[in-house]
Design a protein around this ligand. Structure first.
Ligand SMILES: O=C(O)CCC(=O)C(=O)O
Ligand SMILES: [Fe+2]
Length: 477
C-alpha cells in the first residue's frame, strides 16, 4: 500500500494547471472606439477615446440597471451588482473582438497542446457601464450551453480608476486594472480579459471616472469540427512529468496488482443540462441514455489542464470515463455518502427514498464510501486530494451573471481504469463492457417495474424513514 500512496502523490503533484485567465492590451485605431447606441431614435454616437463625462453620463442613462442570476431567478440588487447594461440590439460598435483576432489569442493562452487549434466562437453578450461607485460582486458566469467554456471582457479606453477585474480560482488570484493599463499606453487601446467562465470574478468599485466594457460568451465549436492551423503536434511541457508518473505507476507490478480505478477531481466545473424530464415509464431508458451521452460528450469540452490529462490517458491507451459524484446527507442521519453516477440525476423534493438508494436504483449509482448500512459498490483510488463532489442536501445557491434554468455547473471527476498487472497496456474491453452492462441492467430493471421507488434488497429499514427535502444538485460557491 505505501507504494500506491506514494505513486498517487507523485501523480497528483505532477498535475499542473495554468492560470485560467489571460489578459492584455490591444492597440486600436481611434475610429474603432466609436459606439452607436440608443433604444429608440435618435441613435447617439460617442467615441471612447474622446468622450466627455457628460457623453458617458448619457450612455449610462440609456442603460438598464444590470441584474444578476441568483437561485435561478433574475435579481436586481444594487448591493450586489451596481452597473448599467445594454443588450446587443441597442448598440453597435466598430470594434470587433473577432476581427481583431482575439479568439486566436484566447485559444493560445487558455488552451494547451493540440487543443490550442480548436475552433471556437464568440457571441457578443452585453455592454456594461460602471460609473463611479459601480461594481459587480463575486460571481461565476452562467453557462448558456454545454459548449460554453469562457467569457471575454473588453474594456474601452475611457478614463477611470478602480474597477479592477479580479479573478479567484483554487487558491490563485489575478487582477486586471484596466484604468491603469490604458493610461500606460501611448495610443488608444482596449484591455481584454478572457477566462473560463466557472472562474469566480468580480469588478471592484470604480473610484473615479467611468468604466465601459463589452462581454462576449465563448463557445467551443462542435466537438467533431476538425482543428485548424495546427502546426506540428504541440505538447505542453508540464505533461512529461505527469506522463512519467503514470508510466511508473503502470510499470510497478506491486501497485494495483488486480487493477482498479484512479479518480481525478477535475480542475474546472462544467455545465450540464438539468432541465427536468418527465418520469415517463417507457421513456426512462431513453432518458438515461441521453443523460449518459451528455456526460460522455463533456470529454470533448474539457478545459485547460483537464483536457491535457484526458489526452494523456488516451495516448497511454487508458480507458477513461467521467462521473458526477454526489455527496449525500440523509436527513435522518449524519452519515455522508459519496455516490458516483455516470449521468446527472433529477433531484427534487419528491424523493421519498434515501438518496443513496435513489441514486443507486434509478441512476446506476455506485456507492464509493464505506457505510454502516451498505457495502461499497466500487473502490476508487483518489489521485486528487478529494473527489470533486456535488452536495445534494445543501440549498442551491449560485450567483451567476444571469438566471439560467437549464444548465448548471457540476463538479466532475475523471476515472481512469487500470488493468491488472500483466495486462496494463491493453484495454480490457470485455471487462469494461461487463461493467457498463451491469449498470444498465440496474436501470432496465427499474424501468420495467412500475413507477414506485424500490428500496434495494438492503438490510436496513431505517432508510425508509428518510424524508429529505432536496432542492437541487448544487454547485454553489
Ligand atoms: O464588466 C466586466 O468587467 C465584467 C462583467 C461580468 O463579469 C459579467 O457581465 O458577467
Ligand atoms: Fe461575469
Amino acid at each position: 500500500m505505501p507504494e500506491l500512496k506514494e505513486q498517487l502523490k507523485t501523480l497528483e503533484s505532477s498535475i499542473v494547471n495554468r492560470p485560467p485567465v489571460c489578459f492584455g492590451t490591444l492597440p486600436v485605431s481611434a475610429s474603432d472606439c466609436d459606439l452607436f447606441y440608443g433604444k429608440s431614435d435618435p441613435i447617439r454616437r460617442l467615441n471612447f477615446v474622446t468622450a466627455s463625462q457628460d457623453e458617458l453620463k448619457s450612455l449610462s442613462e440609456t442603460c438598464e440597471r444590470a441584474t444578476f442570476g441568483m437561485n435561478q431567478e433574475d435579481v436586481l440588487d444594487e448591493s450586489y451588482r451596481k452597473a448599467g447594461k445594454l443588450d446587443p440590439s441597442d448598440f453597435s460598435m466598430r470594434f470587433s473582438a473577432i476581427e481583431a483576432g482575439l479568439l486566436d489569442v484566447v485559444s493560445t493562452e487558455l488552451f494547451e497542446g493540440k487543443t490550442t487549434a480548436r475552433p471556437i466562437r464568440a457571441e457578443l453578450y452585453k455592454l456594461n457601464v460602471y460609473e463611479t461607485g459601480s461594481f459587480f460582486k463575486p460571481h461565476i458566469d452562467t453557462p448558456r450551453a454545454k459548449s460554453m467554456f469562457g467569457s471575454l471582457v473588453i474594456t474601452f479606453p475611457t478614463k477611470h480608476e478602480g474597477g479592477t477585474l479580479t479573478f479567484r480560482h483554487k487558491g490563485g488570484q489575478w487582477a486586471v486594472d484596466s484604468g491603469k493599463l490604458v493610461s500606460e499606453q501611448a495610443g488608444p487601446c482596449v484591455v481584454y480579459a478572457a477566462f473560463y467562465s466557472d472562474v469566480e470574478h468580480e469588478v471592484l468599485p470604480v473610484k473615479t471616472g467611468c468604466r465601459v466594457t463589452v462581454t462576449y460568451n465563448l463557445y467551443f465549436v462542435a466537438a467533431d469540427t476538425p482543428f485548424s492551423k495546427l502546426v506540428g503536434n504541440p505538447i505542453p511541457a508540464h505533461r512529461s512529468a505527469l506522463e512519467s508518473a503514470f508510466r511508473d505507476l503502470l510499470s510497478d507490478p506491486t501497485v494495483m496488482p488486480n487493477g482498479g480505478r484512479l479518480g481525478f477531481g477535475l480542475h474546472h466545473q462544467y455545465p450540464l443540462d438539468t432541465s427536468p424530464s418527465p418520469y415517463a415509464r417507457a421513456a426512462r431508458r431513453k432518458k438515461h441514455q441521453q443523460k449518459r451521452a451528455q456526460l460522455e460528450a463533456l470529454m470533448g469540452f474539457l478545459k485547460g489542464g483537464d483536457a491535457t490529462l484526458k489526452q494523456l490517458c488516451d495516448d497511454l491507451k487508458l480507458r477513461t470515463f467521467l462521473g458526477v459524484v454526489y455527496r449525500t446527507t440523509e436527513k435522518w442521519s449524519k452519515q455522508q455518502d459519496d455516490v458516483l453516477c455516470k449521468m446527472v440525476a433529477d433531484i427534487d423534493a419528491e424523493i421519498e427514498d434515501s438518496l443513496v438508494n435513489y441514486l443507486r436504483n434509478y441512476y446506476g449509482g455506485k456507492l464509493l464510501t464505506r457505510s454502516r448500512w451498505r457495502k461499497r459498490d466500487m473502490i476508487v483510488e483518489w489521485v486528487t486530494d478529494s473527489p470533486q463532489v456535488n452536495y445534494v442536501k445543501q440549498q442551491y445557491m449560485a450567483f451567476g451573471n444571469e438566471a439560467e434554468l437549464t444548465h448548471t455547473y457540476f463538479r466532475i471527476c475523471l476515472f481512469v481504469k487500470i488493468g491488472a498487472t500483466g495486462s496494463r497496456e491493453t484495454i480490457d474491453d470485455d471487462d469494461d463492457e461487463k461493467d457498463e452492462d451491469e449498470e444498465l441492467e440496474v436501470m432496465q430493471d427499474e424501468g420495467d417495474e412500475d413507477e414506485e421507488l424500490e428500496v434495494t434488497e438492503d438490510e436496513d429499514d431505517e432508510d425508509d424513514e428518510s424524508d429529505n427535502l432536496h432542492t437541487s444538485s448544487s454547485t454553489s460557491q
